[in-house]
Design a protein around this ligand. Structure first.
Ligand code: PEP
Length: 254
């Protein structure tokens, strides 16, 4: 399979921004900009409290709504947590798993990410699994080992028939929210290695079908170059997804 056959996926990550009223207003503003897009799938991952308003506002458009996290348990004494079936019932289609901010501030491990990926798939949600190295890891030249480990552990129990439903987001931590983007060649090198790792775990054809995003200060100005690379099938976008300008990234046509 060739890059052309994988549908591009541009996803926004709103993080802890926007009230439900603000979410509705922003989606209404974005909708006309996004409506003509045929070549890619669009996802907005929003705070839990915005999901209902976002699903309603996005109705009739090509925007799918995602969540930014979930718990791996179905229910029980987990104060403050949200389960996969709660998300599913609200109309959520995608869920970000293992964002570096969750790993850093909430001690999320690769093992916990693995459980979340499993449970998301069991509940019909498509996981966007985030992986990436810190600046120290890049400087110490261990980027590839770090990311291989994250992938191998988080996907260890995912069956071959399910892996194509997983989106992998390569997000170098040093590029998130910093304005420093990985060069298109740096991003391609890691995304190609991720595909190679999937081929080792499954097989070549399966790896060719899995979509891999780049994330880290991606915006309307640098998206075209990043998306021109053969193993970069989309973007996971933080800051630039909080403005209607997001439409410009989505409308970039390869
Ligand atoms: C992110 O939060 O996943 C992200 C990539 O953020 P930003 O685009 O702001 O760097």
């Amino acid at each position: 399979m060739n890059r052309r056959y994988r549908k591009t996926i541009i996803a926004g990550n709103w993080k802890m921004n926007k009230t439900p009223a603000e979410a509705k207003a922003l989606i209404e503003e974005m909708k006309p900009l996004l409506s003509k897009t045929k070549w890619c799938e669009m996802v907005l991952c929003v705070p839990f409290t915005d999901i209902q308003a976002a699903v309603k506002a996005a109705k009739g458009s090509k925007i799918a709504i995602g969540a930014e996290n979930m718990h791996f348990e179905k229910s029980g004494a987990f104060t403050g947590e949200i389960s996969a079936d709660m998300l599913k019932e609200l109309g959520v289609k995608y869920v970000i798993i293992g964002h570096s901010e969750r790993r850093q501030y909430f001690n999320e491990t690769d093992e916990a990410c693995g459980k979340k990926v499993q449970v998301a798939l069991e509940n019909g949600l498509r996981p966007i699994l985030c992986v990436g190295e810190s600046l120290t890891e890049r400087e110490q030249d261990v980027t590839m080992e770090v990311i291989r480990k994250q992938i191998k552990i988080a996907l260890q129990n995912v069956a071959v028939e399910d892996i194509k439903k997983v989106v992998i987001a390569y997000e170098p931590i040093w590029a998130i929210g910093t304005g420093k983007t990985a060069t298109a060649d740096q991003a391609q090198e890691v995304c190609a290695m991720i595909r190679h790792t999937i081929a080792e775990m499954y097989d070549e054809a399966t790896a060719e079908a899995v979509r891999i995003q780049y994330g880290g200060s991606m915006n309307a100005g640098n998206a075209a170059e990043l998306l021109s690379k053969p193993d970069i099938d989309g973007g996971l976008i933080g800051g630039a997804a909080l403005k209607p300008d997001f439409g410009k990234i989505v409308n970039y046509n390869k």
